[in-house]
Design a protein around this ligand. Structure first.
Ligand code: ZN
Length: 111
């Protein structure tokens, strides 16, 4: 009787990485749950009250597409102002990325 060849268990690396990621997201979601639900509510209400991009409005444009709720003082500087409505503004995707870009530049070159 011939011995059966053992079939090697094939473990693709990808799977292992996914497993690791899953664990990491699990740990992260603990914080996320507490913060993000509130943030979703705050930003939803804010967008309802401020349905146009703040910067577009300055040039007389009523832009309500791809609105982001932006923190005027970035969260990295004042994380405690995350839900502070007076620190929020609606920005379209273009203006939001412009602001983020400026902030990144300012961080690199402190004045
Ligand atoms: Zn805009």
């Amino acid at each position: 009787m011939k011995k059966r060849k053992k079939i090697p268990v094939w473990k693709p690396k990808k799977l292992l990485v996914q497993k690791k990621l899953k664990i990491e997201t699990k740990q992260r979601s603990v914080n996320k749950k507490q913060y993000d639900y509130k943030w979703r509510e705050v930003s939803k209400t804010f967008r309802k009250n401020n349905p146009f991009c703040c910067d577009c409005l300055k040039s007389g444009e009523y832009n309500s597409k791809n609105l982001h709720v932006d923190h005027i003082i970035p969260l990295v500087e004042k994380p405690e102002l995350k839900y502070e409505v007076s620190n929020l503004q609606s920005l379209c995707r273009k203006h939001h990325s412009m602001k983020t870009f400026k902030e990144t530049l300012a961080k690199k070159k402190p004045t």
